[in-house]
Design a protein around this ligand. Structure first.
Ligand SMILES: [Zn+2]
Length: 505
């Protein structure tokens, strides 16, 4: 039992009625929390409970109880925490004067819940303490995700060459559209030994046809396994995330889902099935090239502006791009990008799967922070985990604009720290986010029909037989028009015949 003069500032105790989704959100943000259990003793400074648990503070020795309902903004409900993970939405914004629209997952709701908790804790003059989203000794975490969408072997090979000569492979993950790969006999040997993951078999995620999404994931998985890859991650084509995806991926024991995240990057999040959502910063070369801007300077500064916003919010630099027809033909853009990332300091270059594993291990660390009323300004930290997390995580203690790092090594350990100016760094100021607006489909008849049918020319026509009515109608239209449509592109170098008019992502 803690003596009376010792007060545990962290973990924040969660009452039995505190929603599990809220606990997951706080753990993903590195905030030390623990479920209150019967027989728990000692004094705890903060607890989160439900408004109707009136005996919570007395039962568990909590000084300040925060009702979880007060952390949920406005008319929202706690269900919104998981709902915002489950589906991407189309947003548009300007990056370096180019309008980008992408299907992205914004973490706005989760961020505002955490912000409310932080304000409550800080209003008591208490430091804000959390486990950092990257290990000790690094100033950030970096990954470049290449989406291989179209069967263009020369472009793929060019990008592999650049990646190899830049020596950044540990921080590169290749997401393969296996239908494209199946048309290139040398594709698998080119990518052998690299971090290769699934981008689906065909390049479309169906808005309301879970059966086709399941088939797409299954076919890609079969292809990758038969080529000796061991996929654990899936990046949905065009960044489109639908609520059925997580269930399909859980069945194949995938561990992470990589879509496109917030305009300033996203912290990883864990869903109810245990899948880690690791999204890329939603700025890629394609938006600039499609707008007719091909000079490396503009494209690189677009990526860099978004990365600077991410860094200013302590978020990972997870970039994405496309070798086929783009980076493979604009090698100077890729070379500049790979060297420009070093401007953000010492970054941990890591594959997305390895990062997801590290993040999950970090989330299992139990952290206690106690203060002794006899020694103001001094904090005692203790941590414990059932297994060692490598590389070593770091605890950030933040107070009055400064940050103190404490390396959290081994399976357990302790440290004590006095919060004076020495050994601290200023907390970065968050850079402004560009204004964004919903990118809605048009309301003309053509757009309405396209949306109703979830129109595309990516799904193999043989998969569009039978099933729901919309699938059958699309199958009929595709069988009657595909040939004529393909012929339109025959004489053009760009798009090529494999190009089907859907935007790559
Ligand atoms: Zn793609």
């Amino acid at each position: 039992m803690n003596p009376d003069h010792i007060l545990a500032t962290y973990p924040i105790l969660l009452s039995p009625a505190t929603p599990e989704a809220l606990e997951r959100l706080l753990v993903d943000n590195g905030i030390p929390v623990a479920r209150a259990e019967a027989g728990l003793c000692g004094r705890h400074r903060f607890g989160i409970h439900s408004r109707d648990e009136i005996d919570f503070t007395d039962r568990f020795g909590v000084s300040h109880a925060i009702a979880w309902q007060e952390l949920i903004p406005g008319a929202m409900t706690v269900e919104a925490i998981d709902a915002e993970l489950a589906r991407s939405e189309c947003w548009a914004w300007q990056e370096n004067e180019v309008t980008i629209d992408e299907s992205i997952v914004r973490g706005t709701f989760g961020d505002s819940v955490v912000e409310r908790l932080r304000n409550r804790i800080r209003s008591h003059g208490v430091p804000w303490i959390r486990l950092a989203p990257w290990p000790a000794g690094f100033e950030g975490v970096f990954n470049f995700r290449f989406d291989l969408d179209e069967p263009d072997f020369e472009d793929w090979r060019q990008v592999v060459r650049i990646v190899d000569s830049a020596g950044v492979e540990p921080g590169v993950t290749w997401f393969l559209s296996t239908r494209a790969a199946s048309r290139i006999p040398e594709a698998c040997s080119l990518l052998a030994g690299r971090d290769v993951q699934s981008h689906g078999h065909w390049h479309h995620c169906h808005a309301s046809d879970p059966g086709l999404n399941a088939e797409n994931i299954a076919r890609a998985d079969r292809f990758l396994r038969s080529a000796q890859f061991r996929p654990t991650g899936f990046a949905p084509p065009s960044g489109r995330i639908t609520p059925d995806l997580a269930g399909h991926l859980a069945r194949y024991e995938y561990r992470y889902l990589s879509g496109l995240g917030d305009l300033s990057g996203s912290l990883p999040r864990t869903d109810i099935l245990g899948l880690t959502h690791i999204h890329a910063i939603p700025v890629c070369e394609g938006a600039f090239l499609e707008a007719g801007i091909g000079d490396a300077e503009t494209v690189v500064s677009g990526y860099m502006a978004a990365a600077a916003r991410a860094v200013s919010r302590d978020r990972p630099i997870f970039w994405f791009g496309h070798p086929d027809r783009r980076l493979g033909r604009k090698p100077e853009i890729l070379r500049r990008l790979l060297s420009a990332a070093s401007e953000f300091g010492r970054l941990w270059h890591v594959g997305l799967g390895a990062y997801a594993d590290w993040f999950r291990a970090r989330n299992r660390i139990a952290l206690t922070v106690a203060s002794d009323e006899r020694y103001p300004g001094k904090l005692s930290l203790q941590w414990h985990s059932s297994s060692r997390t490598v590389p070593e995580p770091v605890i950030w203690i933040e107070h009055e604009g400064r940050r103190w790092p404490v390396v959290c090594g081994g399976t357990s350990g302790q440290a004590s720290i006095r919060l004076d100016q020495r050994h601290s760094t200023p907390i970065p100021a968050a850079l402004p986010v560009p204004e964004c607006w919903p990118a809605l489909p048009g309301n003309g008849l053509r757009s309405v029909i396209r949306t109703a049918l979830d129109w595309e020319r990516e799904t193999p026509v043989e998969s569009l037989r039978g099933g729901p009515l919309a699938r059958r109608v699309k199958g009929f239209l595709r069988r009657s028009t595909d040939k004529a449509w393909q012929a339109r592109f025959a004489p053009l170098a760009w798009p090529r015949e494999d190009r089907t008019g859907e935007r790559a992502a």
